[in-house]
Design a protein around this ligand. Structure first.
Ligand SMILES: Cc1ncc(COP(=O)(O)O)c(C=O)c1O
Length: 443
């Protein structure tokens, strides 16, 4: 099965001690060595997902193609470098993510810079780095038309359009419907293309759209392909030097039993096939096809290890077990009711027959990681594993309650490499400033 269709990372297994192992290492050993909470990334799962995108594009699309990692899912140096090694490009949405991609050695011609409110400083950085800017609105376009000549650069652009396509996912992660903060409205595309044709200082090479995230249906992506190819043909007709089409990301993954996303190859085949057929019908040369998956590349490669601490039973209602992390390392449950699968890693061979609710340690009643899950008799000191935590977990993590963010390790064939240091209390206090007049008591 494709990595995005399984809940557990590819190398996860139960070892002779009855413990969960990953990348050839016992999770109890990992927790002992690196502490908890701990993100553990399985290298094989991540590389396999990258290869599936690369191979499927080469098979399904007759023209040039590039998969780029939507690094908003998790932008740290080691992960950016790993996807670069697999031949992928990277999309970024801030100066920080751009710095990560560049420092990880990603070539500028494989970096795409998104965002609905890029600052002038960020645009300057993007221009001087030579990356492609996915222009989102008129304000940004006019800023670029001014900045380009000032800095003696000709910005290389894709235009982000709002395709007017709705899909079935949480409203916070839908982006393709018309009432969205992202992209140009289809009704202004004619004016936009005329403006671009008159701007020799802007080099607009194509179009981009992204309809949302955690999508299981293929049809919205196929509809998007047709909408984009129609607009692409219109741009060419108006005289724009189009040669690229970026269809965004959005393929879903399996978080809980019953989640049924298409495999990576099936998604690519549907999307690339639709673009190719629409181009053939319109008599167009095949544009370079770009897709930018985030979640389906990284989510299932990672699990989070927590230590179980206190427990509380509300008679006749439920039993809570509390872990040493929560909404600070995984804000998705409290943000949009995201569901996960878990097990007690040191009792991985035992029957999961106790119905409990897993709470985080934060001062929010809503800080619940998993509601009503079956686990093997959880007790204080046990190690809890939550699967599928690679996408939008660390990336959206916070220091709420001044809790340090966890460490992360990359595991492969019995070796674990630290890829993210655990924050310390000193890290948390580093940015604080204490004016001297507040040091003592008032006179
Ligand atoms: C512009 C853009 N591209 C790609 C992605 C990646 O989406 P996913 O992680 O669902 O593949 C996102 C996510 O929100 C996005 O906003």
């Amino acid at each position: 099965m494709a990595p995005n269709q399984q809940i557990r990372p590819l190398t996860a297994c139960v070892n002779a001690q009855g413990h969960l192992a990953i990348g050839g290492i016992d999770t109890v050993t990992l927790a002992g060595q690196w502490g908890t909470p701990l993100y553990v990334v399985d290298e094989l799962t991540l590389r396999t997902a990258c290869r599936e995108y690369v191979q499927a594009l080469a098979t399904a699309y007759p023209g040039a193609a590039l998969a780029i990692y939507a690094s908003k899912a998790w932008n740290i140096l080691a992960l950016c470098a790993l996807v670069r090694q697999e031949g992928l490009g990277i999309d970024v949405v801030s100066a920080g993510e751009l710095a990560g991609a560049l420092q990880a050695g990603v070539a500028a011609d494989k970096i795409y810079f998104h965002g609905n409110n890029k600052s002038e400083a960020e645009l300057t950085l993007a221009l001087t780095a030579g990356v492609t800017i996915v222009v989102d609105n008129w304000f940004e376009l006019k800023t670029l038309a001014r900045l380009g000549p000032q800095l003696s650069y000709i910005p290389r652009l894709l235009v982000r359009v709002t395709p007017g396509i709705e899909c079935h996912t949480h409203e916070y992660i839908q982006t393709g419907h018309l009432d969205s903060k992202f992209g140009f409205d289809p009704n202004e595309i004619g004016d936009l293309f005329s403006y671009l044709v008159d701007q020799p200082g802007l080099h607009c090479v194509g179009l981009h759209a992204h309809i949302g995230s955690q999508i299981f249906e293929l049809q919205p992506h196929q509809d998007l392909a047709q909408v984009l190819v129609d607009l692409y043909a219109k741009g060419l007709h108006q005289g724009l030097p189009f040669c690229e089409l970026n269809v965004g990301g959005g393929l879903g993954v399996c978080y809980v039993a019953g989640d049924d996303p298409p495999a990576i190859a099936a998604w690519v085949e549907a999307v690339a096939g639709s673009v190719a057929r629409a181009c053939a019908r319109a008599g167009l040369d095949y544009p370079k096809l770009i897709c930018e998956p985030g979640r389906s590349l990284i989510a299932n490669s990672c699990l989070t290890l927590y230590q179980v601490g206190s427990t509380k039973t509300v008679p006749g209602v439920r039993t809570y077990i509390a872990v040493d992390g929560g909404m600070s390392d995984n804000p998705r449950p409290i943000t949009y009711g995201a569901r996960y699968t878990a097990l007690i890693a040191n009792k991985a061979d035992q029957a999961a027959d106790q119905l409990v609710t897993v709470a985080g340690k934060h001062c929010e009643s809503g800080d619940i990681l998993l509601k009503d899950v079956l686990l093997a008799q959880p007790e204080s000191g046990d190690l809890l594993t939550v699967f599928t935590t690679g996408a939008y977990n660390y990336a959206m993590a916070s220091n709420y309650n001044r809790v340090p963010r966890p460490a992360a390790v990359l595991v492969n064939e019995g070796e674990a490499s630290l890829i993210l240091q655990r924050e310390t209390t000193a890290d948390l206090l580093r940015q604080d400033c204490l004016p001297p007049r507040l040091m003592g008591m008032p006179e």
